[in-house]
Design a protein around this ligand. Structure first.
Ligand code: GUN
Length: 295
C-alpha cells in the first residue's frame, strides 16, 4: 500500500509556482493576484479561505480577501462580483461556497467573468472542460488528476467508480477521467444517492473516488484487493476532547481499507491540500492569459 501524499505533492507544486513568481518579479512583471469572496462565518469556509490566502502570501502572489456579513444581499454580492470583473489588477477570483440560503448561487456563479473564474464553475469553463477545450478545471478534480499523474497511477482502461455527482467534484472528475490523456482513459461509472447497490459497483472498481461527505461510508468489504482509493470527503466530527472541538475525517474507513488498497489518500493530507495548490495553478494560468490578452 502506498499513500498518495497530497501534502507533499502540493508543496512541490507550490514550490514550482513560487519559482515562476520569482522569475516574474525579476523580469519586473506583475505577479498573479487572487481575490476570494466569503459571505458569512461558516467555520469550514473560514478555514479554507484563510488557507487559500495564506498560500498566496507564501508563494509570492498578491491576494485580497473580501469578507462580507451573513446578511449581505444578493444585489450587493453581485455588485462585488461586477467590481472584481472590472478590476484589471485582479487576475482571478473565487466566491466561496456554500453561500447563505437567501442568495441564488447559480446567479452569482453565472456573473463571474469566465476569464477570471479560477474555480472553473462558470458554464463556459465547465462546457469547455467537457469538450476538451482550454479552460479552468475545478481545483479539486484538477488536484486528483495531478496526484494520480505525479504518482504515475495507471488509469488507462481501468474501471473508476465515482461516488457523488456534485458540480464541484463528482460530475467533473467523471468527465476528466473518461477523457483522453494522462491519468485518464478510464471507464467511469458515476454513482449517487439513487444508485441501487453501490457496494456491487465499488466491488468492481479498480479506482474509487469518494466525494460523498459521509464518514466511514466506504468499508473494507466494499472494495477489491489492490484498489486505488481517492477520499474527497472532509467532514468535521464534533469531539469535546479536542482543543478545536472537532476532528476531520473522510468518507473511507481508512485503517481497514488501506490494508486492501494499492494506493490511498489520507484525510487530512490527501486531496484537500491539492485543491489549494491547483487553485494557485489556475491563478497563475489566469495571470498568463490576462497578460496575453493585454499585450
Ligand atoms: N466550497 C467547497 N469547495 C470549494 C471550492 O473548490 N471553491 C469554492 N469557491 N467553494 C468551495
Amino acid at each position: 500500500m502506498k499513500i498518495l501524499d497530497g501534502r507533499k505533492v502540493s508543496n512541490q507544486i507550490k514550490e514550482e509556482i513560487a519559482i515562476e513568481v520569482d522569475q516574474m518579479k525579476e523580469r519586473g512583471e506583475k505577479v498573479p493576484h487572487l481575490a476570494a469572496v466569503l459571505v458569512g462565518n461558516d467555520g469550514a469556509s473560514l478555514t479554507y479561505v484563510g488557507s487559500k490566502v495564506r498560500s498566496c502570501k507564501k508563494i509570492g502572489f498578491e491576494s485580497t480577501l473580501i469578507h462580507l456579513p451573513e446578511d449581505t444581499s444578493e444585489e450587493t454580492l453581485l455588485q462585488q462580483v461586477a467590481n472584481l470583473n472590472a478590476n484589471d489588477d485582479i487576475d482571478g477570483y473565487i466566491v466561496q461556497l456554500p453561500l447563505p440560503k437567501h442568495i441564488d448561487e447559480q446567479k452569482v456563479l453565472m456573473a463571474v467573468h469566465p476569464d477570471k473564474d479560477v474555480d472553473g464553475f462558470h458554464p463556459t469553463n465547465f462546457g469547455k472542460m467537457a469538450l476538451d477545450m482550454e479552460s479552468f478545471i475545478p481545483a479539486t478534480p484538477f488536484g486528483i488528476m495531478e496526484l494520480l499523474r505525479r504518482y504515475e497511477v495507471d488509469t488507462e482502461g481501468k474501471h473508476t467508480v465515482v461516488i457523488g455527482r456534485s458540480h464541484i467534484v463528482g460530475r467533473p472528475i467523471s468527465i476528466l477521467m473518461s477523457q483522453k490523456g494522462k491519468a485518464a482513459n478510464a471507464t467511469v461509472t458515476l454513482t449517487h444517492s439513487r444508485t441501487k447497490d453501490i457496494k456491487s459497483m465499488t466491488l468492481q472498481a479498480d479506482i474509487i473516488v469518494s466525494a460523498l461527505g459521509v464518514p466511514n461510508f466506504l468499508k473494507a468489504d466494499m472494495v477489491k484487493k489492490d484498489v486505488v482509493v481517492i477520499d474527497v470527503g472532509i467532514t468535521r466530527v464534533p469531539d469535546e476532547t479536542r482543543e478545536r472541538g472537532y476532528y476531520i475525517t473522510g468518507d473511507v474507513d481508512f485503517e481497514a481499507v488501506k490494508e486492501k488498497a494499492s494506493y490511498i489518500t489520507p484525510v487530512p493530507g490527501g486531496v484537500g491540500p491539492m485543491t489549494i495548490a491547483m487553485l494557485l495553478k489556475n491563478t497563475l494560468l489566469a495571470r498568463e492569459r490576462h497578460k496575453q490578452k493585454n499585450a
